[in-house]
Design a protein around this ligand. Structure first.
Ligand code: GCB
Length: 614
């Protein structure tokens, strides 16, 4: 599609402005700390008191002016000091309020909050003993969606985006002894946000990932990348970044097990590039998920990480892992536990999910439709699963709003910053099923450019849409030119055609790239059996999978797939009173953990494909 300057003059102006804003944005943000779990930290997880505040009483005064912008700064629910001054608002009390587990969404823990969308306040008390020569960072793994954070009654800042980490420098703001942190979390949906108002998943609110207080040396290693160079099994490339006053330091990178030790000098900005030749090393792959202990040491700081080394590229219609063509035997999944509904709360939940993925004989998983947790990608590293990581640029975003674009770019770059050392992650997905239009093409095109410029060692993709022309399924989205994979969602047999007629369709794919189908599937209520023409039955879903394999196998460049989806998941859009009851039933596993027939069919298909791709 050609962009016409005449038709969209404002768009061109905006386009330029967006780049300007994007730059300002990326320079002005404090660097997200890499590998928070590898630092000396105190967990603030546990039970937090909460106050449900649908009218935002704790944030606005009766004239709807924010308390935290008023001169006295008093009145808000964050000001929890006692005794209260005369005239302060007394109609709240954290100490007497109920509590929930953090990390954890509120919907699954408090019955009356199951469908709630709005503000909830949280408070946690903790002890600290701050040392004068140290830096302190308060880190949130994720809060959905907008968070305002206060420490000891003073505002630290705010953050938007429900799935990416954020942090505040709290050096000099901690008291010896008791401290308290208050978070206002608001999960209301808005058209101009990322995601927008319409999604097919539960809008879980609250502090859904870890809250940690890290103690760091005065000058600390804030960020690093240690990965194989693009397509080069013999060279490790990356950088180390220091934060603090002593910017010029010697930094040593040691990978003892691979006989690697190299020292670099950081420049006046605290940064040093690294280029380390590799003599011999075991490369990370799903069959051999070898992780090396990488030690990074400066004069003032030292840390360890476990990192795998692999290359990923495409060549014509092939996906090349460590120099060899592979087939991605995948499955899609949400960050949700079917058995104890709610967001995944920790390693136990995550292992259960990834063990199911392994049971299917997958080597690949699509972590849809938003960033899953850092622990999840670390577990994928350990368990040998390749990962498609995604940002929630989903369906109908406000393509012309520059703030919306900045937000999307920030969520993408924060995800990439966080997971850039994970060998499991091979694909950065910039969105899902975004409808073609000129403003959308510009928005998505820019995201693709940003992803590529931030990381040339992985693939950039998006889940595209198909359209039908006669008996052809056509894939020709112009965004495809900017992506490494041809990926699309295709619901033959469920949203169009029947399980029988779908076999009459042929694919017409306009790109000579590897095809990795991101979605297909059908709803089936676990345990409901009927003939294979009866919708909602396991038999129907099973036949659809079998016919999809027939249909997709006709694609020359087929190099993988992630059917929709591992387990049933909750969605307010799924209203059939008998078969759905707020559950999307396209899972291969039911909400009670029971495997449906199609689970075994997909496993059988993957067992066969594996033999073919040996
Ligand atoms: C899709 C979406 C996914 C939905 C799925 C469905 O195309 O990408 O988020 O859940 O279809 O079940 O309709």
């Amino acid at each position: 599609m050609n962009l016409s300057l005449k038709k969209y003059p404002k768009l061109f102006f905006l386009h330029g402005l967006l780049f300007l804003f994007a730059d300002i944005n990326s320079f002005s943000q404090p660097v997200l700390i890499q590998n928070i779990y590898g630092r000396n930290h105190q967990s603030l997880n546990g039970r937090w008191n909460y106050i449900i505040d649908p009218y935002e009483m704790g944030y606005y005064d009766y004239r709807h002016m924010p308390f935290d912008q008023s001169e006295s700064g008093k009145g808000g629910f964050y000001d929890d000091k006692k005794p209260k001054d005369k005239g302060d608002w007394v109609e709240y009390e954290f100490d007497l309020s109920p509590s929930v587990k953090i990390p954890g969404d509120w919907n699954s823990q408090v019955e009356k909050l199951e469908l709630y969308e709005g503000t909830v306040w949280f408070r946690q008390k903790f002890n600290a003993d701050p040392l004068s020569q140290k830096k302190y960072i308060l880190y949130f793994g994720a809060v959905n969606y907008e968070a305002h954070v206060y420490l000891n009654g003073k505002k630290l800042g705010s953050h938007k985006g429900g799935f990416t980490p954020f942090q505040f420098d709290v050096t000099g703001k901690l008291t010896k002894g008791e401290n308290f942190v208050v978070v206002k979390a608001d999960n209301k949906r808005f058209q101009d946000e990322i995601p927008t108002v319409n999604t097919d998943w539960w809008n879980y609110g609250g502090i859904t990932r870890d809250v940690l207080l890290a103690e760091l040396p005065d000058t600390y290693i804030s960020d690093y990348k240690v990965q194989l160079a693009k397509g080069n099994l013999k060279m490790i490339e990356g950088f180390v970044q220091l934060e603090g006053d002593q910017k010029n330091q010697q930094v040593t990178i040691t990978i003892a097990e691979a006989g690697i030790k190299q020292t670099v000098n950081t420049d006046g900005n605290g940064k040093a590039s690294i280029h380390i030749p590799v003599k011999s090393m075991e490369y990370w792959s799903p069959e051999n998920p070898k992780l090396y202990t990488v030690e990074i040491e400066s004069a003032s700081d030292k840390l360890n990480d476990k990192i795998g080394f692999r290359t990923i590229e495409t060549k014509g219609q092939d996906i090349i892992l460590n120099g060899k063509s592979i087939f991605l035997r995948g499955i899609s999944m949400h960050d949700e536990n079917p058995l104890i509904p709610g967001r995944l709360r920790g390693q136990g939940d995550m292992r259960m999910m990834l063990n199911w993925v392994k049971e299917l004989n997958c080597n690949y998983v699509r972590l849809a439709h938003y960033p899953h947790s850092e622990e999840m990608t670390r577990l994928a590293d350990e368990m040998g699963l390749l990962v498609w990581a995604e940002v929630p640029v989903y369906w109908t975003i406000s393509w012309l709003n520059e703030e919306t674009y900045k937000n999307a770019e920030k969520q993408l770059s924060d995800l990439m910053t966080r997971d850039k050392n994970r060998s499991s992650v091979i694909v950065w997905s910039i969105g899902n099923e975004t409808p073609i239009s000129e403003p959308r093409n510009i928005f998505m095109g820019k995201l693709a450019t940003v992803a590529r410029s931030m990381d040339n060692t992985r693939l950039v993709a998006a889940a595209l849409e198909i359209h039908r022309k006669g008996s052809n399924v056509v894939v020709e989205d112009p965004l495809g030119d900017k992506l490494d994979l041809v990926s699309f969602n295709e619901y033959a047999g469920w949203y169009w055609s029947s399980t029988k007629d779908m076999l009459n369709y042929k694919f017409d794919i306009k790109f000579n790239k590897p095809v990795v189908v991101t979605e297909f599937g059908a709803d089936a209520l676990g345990g409901f059996h009927a003939d294979d023409e009866t919708r909602w039955s396991e038999e129907y879903q099973d036949l659809l999978y079998k016919n999809q394999f027939k249909m997709l196998s006709a694609i020359n460049g087929l190099r993988g797939m992630t059917p929709w989806i591992l387990v049933d998941f909750r969605s307010p859009r799924r209203q059939h009173p008998y078969f759905q009851d707020f559950w999307n039933r396209k899972g291969l596993i039911s909400e009670t953990g029971k495997k449906k027939m199609a689970f075994h069919t997909l496993k059988g298909f993957y067992d066969g494909i594996q033999v073919k791709y040996k």
